[in-house]
Write a protein that binds this ligand. Structure first.
Ligand code: 8YV
Length: 332
């Protein structure tokens, strides 16, 4: 009899998109969002050939030791700091992510946070909803301008570039820092100038973080970096919580050493530091920068197509388009 692989989908996902996977595999879908421990991951994966995972669902050697049948894991996200790629390769498990499809939507949201923090949008709405608006006042809720100020981007990958390209209409000079300098043609296309890290911190009016979470980027913005920033600058984080030292940021915000922050990600999601919640000069959102319906559907479809291909089915059988660990063997 033909053997159908078993697949685990760790969190709810668009059912019509999962139907494509069901043509090839027996699919177990979790119907609630929850954060999985390594022990729970190991337990769920012990009889599975593949999995579609959220970017917080950990896979390392301790999990893989209990998953002898596992051949592929597909992140439904571009970040993959939940995956230990060396351990996956050693176990012969293919890992994939969803690059590209979320760049523009995520860049839109970075701008939403820039505008909302500088112009105090959420604070203003809290004021109105609380019934504090008693009539036209010239002096209420005075914010900072966005247009004409300097946009600084740390981590100039696909998402950073998409953010930079949007600065033209706001007449904003764009500076960036990245592991490596971009080609002239790309710099011209996104109108961005390369600077060293300290210059970026010193000159940016908006410092937007779009670096991946790695050992090198952990706490890349901490007390020393915040001290270099302008007092009227805003910090925007749509990358990963761990790239910012939250305790240092809370201190800088509370002491007015920077003007404010727009944060979509936190060090220990879904926990948000209570000191942060008490501040008015921050805009806080629950990790939704890629959350437009069209983009989330495209991400889901990409993850499903990657997994189908990695398990040896469909038009790309054996060659999933978005492999992260080319050194893993497809034949396990
Ligand atoms: C998540 C993200 O995938 O792509 C990433 O790296 O962090 C997000 O797009 C999204 O929150 C769904 O879990």
């Amino acid at each position: 009899p033909h053997h159908r692989p078993r697949v685990w989908v760790s969190r709810p996902l668009f059912d019509d998109i999962l139907d494509r996977l069901r043509e090839h595999a027996d699919v177990d879908v979790e119907d609630d969002d929850r954060d999985w421990t390594r022990e729970q991951m190991a337990q769920r994966l012990r009889d599975k050939a593949g999995a579609i995972l959220g970017v917080a669902d950990p896979v390392d050697a301790s999990v893989l030791a209990h998953a002898p049948l596992l051949r592929a894991v597909a992140n439904r996200g571009v970040g993959y700091n939940n995956l230990d790629l060396a351990a996956l390769s050693a176990a012969g498990v293919v890992a994939t992510n969803t690059p590209g499809v979320l760049d523009e939507t995520t860049a839109d949201f970075a701008w939403a946070l820039m505008l909302a923090t500088a112009r105090r949008v959420t604070e203003a709405e809290r004021y109105l909803r609380a019934g504090q608006w008693k009539g036209m006042s010239f002096h209420i809720l005075l914010g900072g301008d966005v247009h004409g100020r300097t946009l600084g981007i740390l981590g100039m990958g696909r998402i950073g570039q998409a953010i930079a390209r949007r600065a033209v209409g706001f007449r904003m000079p764009v500076i960036y820092h990245n592991r490596s300098r971009l080609d002239d043609a790309i710099e011209r296309d996104c109108g961005a100038r390369y600077v060293d890290r300290d210059t970026l911190l010193r000159e940016a009016d908006f410092l937007v973080l779009t670096v991946p979470m790695t050992a090198q980027t952990r706490h890349i913005v901490g007390t020393a970096e915040l001290a270099l920033m302008k007092r009227d600058a805003f910090l925007i984080n749509i990358a990963r919580g761990g790239v910012v030292d939250d305790a240092a940021l809370v201190a800088a915000l509370a002491q007015g050493r920077i003007a404010g922050a727009g944060l979509d990600v936190f060090e220990r999601e879904p926990a948000v530091p209570p000191e942060m919640l008490a501040l008015d000069n921050v805009v806080l959102t629950p990790h939704i920068a890629s959350a437009s319906l069209a983009t989330r559907r495209a991400m889901a479809a990409m993850a499903v197509d990657n997994l189908i291909a990695a398990l040896g089915y469909g038009p790309n059988a054996g060659h999933p388009p978005n492999v992260l660990n080319a050194d893993s063997s497809l034949a396990r």
